[in-house]
Design a protein around this ligand. Sequence first.
Ligand code: HEM
Length: 352
Amino acid sequence: MSRANICMPCRLAAIAAVMGCTAAAFAWTAGWLTPKRVDAPHIVNTFESNYGIHAGLRRNHAKGLCVEGEFESNGNGAKVSRAALFAPGETPVIGRFAIPGSNPSAPDASIPVRSMALLFQLTDGEQWRTGMNSAPVFVVRTPKQFYQQLLASKPDPRTGKPDTAKLDAFFSANPETLPFRQWLKAHPPSSSFANTAFWGINAFIATDTDGNTRAVRWEMVPQSAYEAESADQKRNADFLADDLAARLAQGPLRWHLVLTVAAPGDPTNDATQQWPASREQIDAGTLVLRQATPQRSGACRDVNYDPTILPDGLKPSDDPLLAARSAAYSVSFNRRMQEEAALAHAHGEAQQ
Ligand code: HEM
């Protein structure tokens, strides 16, 4: 039968069925099909109930800015992955720096973590999207724990801050959170996005040209030397954006993309654990960032940095956070895009 002979409602029904199966598969991998259901809309609703709805903005990592530049591959990454990105050459990048949390007005010094999200636009039309944080491990291992932590972090209406007793109770009930908390204690927050290392944290599966597969993780290692945030900076709620603008006015900023290759048996489904420091590392090239723009007008605004959008040569591992991230980012993205369209419409009407 030719494609023209398939009726339109049947086609739509088929597409809906495939999408439904994919969503169900994601929900299953993420461990959400449990009697007490914790799904992506519940997670995003909880972000919203904690710090309100800020139309057009991301439900997590709400405060941020867009950056642009390119990735200069040196060819070394091809040892583990056949992704076009790892062949020698340049790939344009649309990125975003942010701080976690749902409050777009949070003072920078109130959050100890920074994030870098990147979209690599490959020449063959494929994309690689990644969202990385400034710690090598994640605070929780499962989507359910992530949800429980969000509930425990709800600001107390009297103080506007999370109730420390509730958070402490969550941490004691979830000892997997210890490596992250210990890491934060030992690493004071950085003075700049530019001197921060960013980790992809979740494991991925790399396939080389011969079809061999290996589990990998990645890190962006800054060329600028780390410094802790200063007392002066802490008085400026937006010091990270101001510092970035000042540095970019002097010239581009650089990071090395370093792949860590797992040994057989290293866990791929536990983002709270680092692999041993002795694992092979591959410097795959240099990320060069040249300009920053506000997120309301920049190229990153309409990007969903879903970490499961990967080129041939990379695929998700069995880490349950990956499927959960993909589903939650999609809900957040759809809500903020609808709001963005409504804002643009209202703006257009106001101008008529
Ligand atoms: C179950 C676990 C997680 C959930 C439910 C979650 C949820 C979210 C949501 C809803 C967003 C907003 C997405 C958008 O509107 O575009 C977001 C952003 C982000 N998340 Fe997660 N997250 C999780 C785990 C992680 C992990 C493990 C990392 C780091 C490896 C991470 C890094 C980021 C980054 C970098 C952004 C900002 C992306 C940007 O700048 O646009 N998240 N997260």
